[in-house]
Design a protein around this ligand. Structure first.
Ligand code: ARG
Length: 251
């Protein structure tokens, strides 16, 4: 016999309440994805801070290990921490942020792309050259990510711990989705001059997109990281793909 404790009841009620919107949204992790394992992405970092206690593990962004002590992330994720880099952490190998698996390493310094700047599209902040490199307090013993450009690829993968729909604040599980690379024209149509193909990559659809808290995480094509989650108008809205920071010039 199982006892119906208040705690298990609460878990059941909350679980049902949380599961509902997930099943009600047809293509809702990243939107439109499926649970993924950090074993597939050993270089994938959850970038966060112990001061950001509204999210487990303090996570608010993704990142990619590019050298044993260097993590590439989005500039907009870390601008606030420029003068206090020691408040940032990078966590590797944690499939669910509520757990304690994997390892967390402190950040020693933050370097932001010298041409990083912000404009806006509707209510969204647009990041240009949205790239930053974090130097870790110690090197980690993990495979690093290979970097590249999308080239002729027509699809890619996105991965992150972020929202699975525009109003899901509670996802803590790493998810990944296969996303189309529709080409620059799709983002130019949606965003006009806010989309700059020289430093941005267009990816995703209404069925597969990144969302809040996925920023800084990878867009992968041809086995390489070819962009970092940067911005978009809402998440998964028809006609508004996601925009990713191109990796042509690292900070
Ligand atoms: N700016 C968001 C973040 O900080 C990422 C938004 C990506 N949006 C999109 N539709 N792909 O997490």
């Amino acid at each position: 016999m199982t006892s119906l404790s208040p705690r298990s009841l609460l878990t059941a009620v909350l679980g049902a309440a949380l599961a509902l919107p997930l099943t009600a949204v047809p293509a809702s992790a990243v939107l439109g994805g499926a649970p993924a394992s950090t074993a597939t992405y050993p270089w994938l970092a959850a970038v966060g801070s112990p001061v950001f206690f509204v999210r487990p593990s303090g996570q608010f962004c993704g990142g990619a290990l590019i050298e044993p002590d260097r993590v590439l992330t989005a500039a907009h994720c870390v601008t606030l921490f420029r003068s206090v880099p020691g408040l940032l952490t990078a966590t590797f190998g944690r499939d669910d942020l509520t757990g304690t698996g994997g390892e967390t390493v402190a950040v020693k310094s933050v370097r932001i792309h010298p041409e990083y700047r912000e404009t806006s599209f509707k209510d969204e902040t647009v990041g240009h050259h949205d790239l930053a490199v974090l130097t870790l307090a110690r090197p980690v013993n993990r495979r690093t990510a290979a970097l590249g450009t999308p080239g002729p690829a027509r699809t890619g993968w996105i991965a992150g711990w972020g929202f699975t729909s525009e109003n899901d604040l509670f996802n803590t599980r790493l998810r990944a989705a296969r996303a189309p690379l529709p080409g620059n024209a799709a983002c130019e149509r949606a965003y006009g001059d806010s989309f700059d193909p020289s430093d941005m990559v267009c990816a995703g659809s209404a069925a597969a997109d990144s969302c809040q808290f996925d920023s800084g995480g990878p867009l992968i094509a041809r086995g390489r990281v070819v962009g970092l989650v940067s911005w978009g108008y809402g998440c998964g809205r028809p006609g508004y793909p996601g925009v990713y920071a191109r990796l042509d010039s690292l900070p």
